[in-house]
Design a protein around this ligand. Structure first.
Ligand SMILES: [Ca+2]
Ligand SMILES: [Ca+2]
Ligand SMILES: [Ca+2]
Length: 194
């Protein structure tokens, strides 16, 4: 049905609690950012295939998905990285597994140490995992690295362009309102809300 066969389809839990593929406890729902989403070919569906494996509509979004179940569920740390400790540091770079997950990186690889956060004279760029249901995220500023204030839209910044998204990650550029008034430091706070 498609040629993307060597990519990880990102099933929610392909082997299930019994750790065996192909048994009834498998969870073959797709995770958000799965390459299988909308990657099928509707016209090739058999006649009368109006529903998926769960008796839900066979085509949602812009195209049929590859696999038995249409649609996707939001990624969470536990679903994407089963067995990994969110507070651990699998790649020993001083950044927690959860912070790397939250910014759309793989905690087992070597993400950039700034996790995609860039500050220039008048703008701030960051990236964040899209629609993660277990993630609470805010940006903060400080003049002394002791007291931190949350950035407020319309006060500290405006969004001059909509976020770009790709592969389950959102990329946002913020235009800073008053960039030269003082020495400013920025940080992102990435917390699990589970
Ligand atoms: Ca199983
Ligand atoms: Ca679809
Ligand atoms: Ca790390």
């Amino acid at each position: 049905m498609s040629s993307s066969s060597d990519m990880d389809p990102l099933f929610a839990n392909p082997s299930g609690p019994d750790l065996i593929n192909g048994t009834l406890d498998d969870d073959l729902r797709l995770l958000q950012s799965s390459p299988a989403i909308d990657a099928g070919n509707g016209p090739l569906l058999p006649e009368g295939a109006g529903t998926d494996f769960l008796n839900q509509p066979r085509i949602t979004g812009i195209e049929v998905d590859i696999g038995a179940i249409e649609g996707f569920i939001p990624a969470t740390f536990a679903l994407l990285h089963p067995g990994l400790d969110p507070n651990g540091d699998e790649n020993h770079n001083g950044v927690s597994n959860f912070a790397e997950y939250a910014t759309g990186h793989d905690p087992r690889s070597s993400p950039p140490s700034n996790l995609g956060l860039h500050v220039s004279r008048d703008s701030l760029t960051y990236q964040i995992r899209e629609n993660a249901s277990d993630l609470s995220f805010r940006l903060q500023r400080s003049t002394d690295l002791k007291t931190w204030m949350n950035l407020a839209e319309g006060v500290d910044f405006i969004k001059s362009e909509p976020a770009r998204s790709g592969g389950g990650v959102e990329y946002q550029v913020l235009e800073l309102s008053d960039p030269l008034s003082t020495n400013l430091f920025f940080r992102q706070v990435l917390e699990s809300n589970q």
